[in-house]
Design a protein around this ligand. Structure first.
Ligand code: HEC
Length: 161
């Protein structure tokens, strides 16, 4: 009897806080800013560059829209984001590969790297079900980028075609 009561007490104490923590992560204000600075220079929807040439997202992966994040696939045709499964979400895993790995993103020197705290937060957000809230897309994906791996590194562009 006592044991059951104790168990119930523990459950009531811990369960709400776990749920709260998950709901507390707001995609638009806490996650998207580092997705934008680290990834969107190469993974925005197609756009026309200064010479009017159409630039396509690298690997056809779009990270500036909810639809793109949920439906883009990696080279093995697997979804890059699997809600509830951080370990299966390539969008997180590529940021954790060693910096010298060809499949580490963002490539060194092309965009700001995610910090460990950002990777951790992104992992928690995926684990808690990847809730985007009201956010559906960045209406101005190429505005306000800290670094633009494509425009500023024109000399090394070919590596990323
Ligand atoms: C400077 C350009 C650039 C930036 C910045 C960049 N990527 Fe990429 N990304 C690429 C290119 C190019 C490929 C295709 C690589 C290939 O197929 O060899 C790619 C491929 C990928 C893939 C597919 C990997 C696979 O296994 O097929 C994922 C996932 C990815 N990027 C996620 C990200 C994330 C997340 C960020 C930000 C943290 C990011 N990228 C930032 C250029 C970039």
């Amino acid at each position: 009897m006592h044991k059951i009561k104790l168990l119930l007490a523990i459950l009531t104490l811990t369960a709400p806080s776990v749920i709260l923590q998950a709901e507390d992560i707001d995609f638009a204000t806490q996650i998207y800013p580092f997705v934008k600075s680290g990834c969107v220079s190469c993974h925005s929807p197609p756009y026309a560059d200064e010479r009017g040439r159409t630039r396509r997202p690298k690997a056809d992966i779009i990270l500036a829209t909810k639809e793109g994040i949920l439906n883009s696939v990696d080279e093995n045709d697997e979804k890059i984001l699997v809600p509830g499964e951080p370990d299966k979400s390539r969008m997180l895993q590529v940021t954790k590969l060693p910096i010298y790995d060809d499949m580490h993103f963002p490539p060194e020197g092309k965009a700001p790297q995610w910090t460990d705290a950002e990777k951790e937060l992104f992992s928690k957000w995926i684990a808690s079900g990847a809730d985007f809230g009201d956010w559906t897309e960045d209406p101005t994906p190429r505005e306000g980028l800290e670094w633009d791996g494509i425009e500023k590194k024109a000399g090394t562009l070919e590596t990323f075609e």
